[in-house]
Write a protein that binds this ligand. Structure first.
Ligand code: ACO
Length: 470
């Protein structure tokens, strides 16, 4: 088994060597340039190009294909680290010591037990629900179990903010950014009421982030079991996050290879700049809503087929192609009809997505020696990649993204397709929570503008005179 784990590490290191050969080394550590608001940037529709905040959490270089969490190259984290370490790193800004890691793991073990939440979730028709809808419901129920948000004591007090002048910039003026209004909320605003358990006191409470990181995995596992007519399984305290996720889904303790592969997949999906679901989480947090609502917003945004939902669509389309012989014509048809090929392209990456650089070879490693449908799906995927690159040409800069090979990896672990996007959420909850904590340190409510292209001065017509049929 140790040999196999070494083989997996080698697969990642080989992918890293290839990436560095093609894209160059990530620059050595340096002090960031001083930064003052407001900032000039060119903004496209969908806020493309807009800079909304500063962050020390993650760096994505789309033209090079680099991904960095808190200064660490994603290839190194995948080769040497674990999801627990990476989550700690994202939340706290440094790799944990042994004591810190053990304490963090202990908290995750404690918060993975979600009995009350699951009892409530099970009163809903989960088996008929989209798993992401069920997951979002579950995080709302966690909010009930863990927080006092609905009680007076749990509400953030605007008086305690340095400024509560949230949205008063007239549209005609230049945005002032941090220079004008910084809402730094003191931590622990609310005192522990006598007789109440100390849990969530304000939206930035780290404990709530731990609860969500642990709880989203329990919920995801419970959802798949309920959908298949089984009861949820309680976590095993001694297992890692990745192993527990697989165990709670299947009822079998995974072998070290399955655990390691799951672990790497979780590391890879944990954070990715100001993507749509992270932005959605931050928008909700910026209103001084709470971390449970923020994560719920992230789950909702992640669900869409242009974002995290793409991993499920990829597998469906690879199956629809109907065999290797059809790939060329399928790709040609898509390109000629200007249809998007799911699992390709990225708003930021105009180079090969580093996550796909790892997941592709991992998928190849896993299908090796198999003669089932996963082998066929993998071969089809490889051929699709070759055809897309050939027919578009490399100058079009459409490469596989993180979602193209992840489904094949999950499929090899025996995970059903409808769980691929919830598993993305199991991992991304680390990034969402880390970024919400960071953003709340210098909170400013999100409020972009829309250009009004409608009319003015229209005369109000009473309803009885609005006869459009004539
Ligand atoms: N297949 C075919 N052509 C594509 C693809 C694709 N997957 N992606 C982009 N293009 C083409 C567009 O047709 C367009 O061509 P044109 O200039 O000739 O009109 C050009 O590339 C630019 O495309 P945009 O849609 O403007 O790129 P944008 O940055 O807005 O979109 C997105 C990024 C949404 C991810 C897009 O690439 C896409 O829809 N991909 C498929 C869905 C997918 O895989 N999503 C997962 C992304 S990863 C993630 O969210 C975790």
């Amino acid at each position: 088994m140790k040999e196999k784990l070494n083989e997996i590490k080698e697969v990642i290191l080989e992918a890293a060597r290839k990436a560095r050969q093609e894209t160059g080394d990530i620059p050595a550590p340096q002090d960031p340039e001083p930064f003052t608001w407001p900032i000039n940037c060119t903004v496209g529709p969908g806020l493309e190009g807009a800079i909304a905040s500063e962050s020390k959490i993650g760096y994505v270089n789309g033209s090079k294909g680099w991904l960095v969490y808190r200064g660490y190259d994603i290839f190194d984290l995948c080769a040497y680290s674990t999801f627990e370490e990476v989550s700690y790193l994202l939340l706290h800004g440094h790799l944990p010591t042994t004591n810190e890691l053990n304490e963090f793991k202990g908290k995750l073990a404690k918060y993975r037990i979600l009995n009350k939440t699951l009892r409530i979730v099970m009163s809903f028709p989960v088996e008929e629900m989209n798993p992401m809808a069920a997951l979002r419901l579950g995080t709302n129920m966690m909010r009930q179990e863990y927080s006092y948000m609905d009680k007076e004591v749990g509400r953030p007090k605007l008086d305690d903010a340095i400024s509560s002048d949230e949205d008063s910039i007239p549209m005609e003026t230049t945005p002032m950014g941090y220079a004008n209004a910084i809402y730094e909320f003191k931590t622990n605003l609310c005192k522990n009421p006598i007789g109440m358990r100390k849990t969530l006191w304000d939206a930035s409470n780290t404990e709530a982030c731990y609860q969500l990181i642990a709880g989203v995995s329990t919920l995801t596992s419970a959802i798949v079991r309920l959908k298949n007519g089984h009861m949820p399984i309680e976590p095993l305290p001694g297992l890692s996050h990745a192993a527990n996720l697989l165990y709670m889904m299947t009822g079998h303790v995974p072998d070290p290879v399955e655990e390691r592969i799951m672990d790497i997949a979780l590391i890879l999906h944990a954070d990715h700049g100001m993507n749509a679901s992270t932005f959605a989480s931050l928008v909700v947090a910026s209103t001084l809503s709470d971390i449970y609502f923020s994560v719920g917003a992230g789950i909702a945004a992640l669900n869409g087929p242009l974002h995290g939902g793409a991993n499920e669509q990829v597998v469906h389309s690879l199956l629809d192609i109907g065999g290797l012989d059809n790939v060329k014509a399928w790709v040609k048809n898509k390109i000629e009809n200007k249809q998007k090929i799911v699992g390709f392209g990225h708003r930021v990456y105009k180079a090969y997505d580093p996550r796909a650089r790892i997941l592709g070879p991992l998928a190849e490693y896993l299908v090796g020696g198999r003669s089932d449908c996963m082998q066929v799906i993998y071969q089809t995927a490889k051929r699709v990649e070759e055809e897309v690159l050939e027919q578009f040409g490399r100058e079009k800069k459409i490469f596989p993204n993180v979602d193209f090979y992840s489904g094949i990896v999950y499929g090899c672990l025996g995970i059903p397709v409808e769980l691929y996007t919830p598993i993305f959420a199991v991992s991304r909850v680390s990034g969402w929570t880390a970024r919400v904590i960071e953003y709340l340190q210098k909170n400013r409510i999100f409020r972009p503008r829309a250009i009004y292209t409608g009319e003015f001065n229209k005369e109000y017509v009473p309803i009885e005179q609005r006869n459009r049929d004539v």
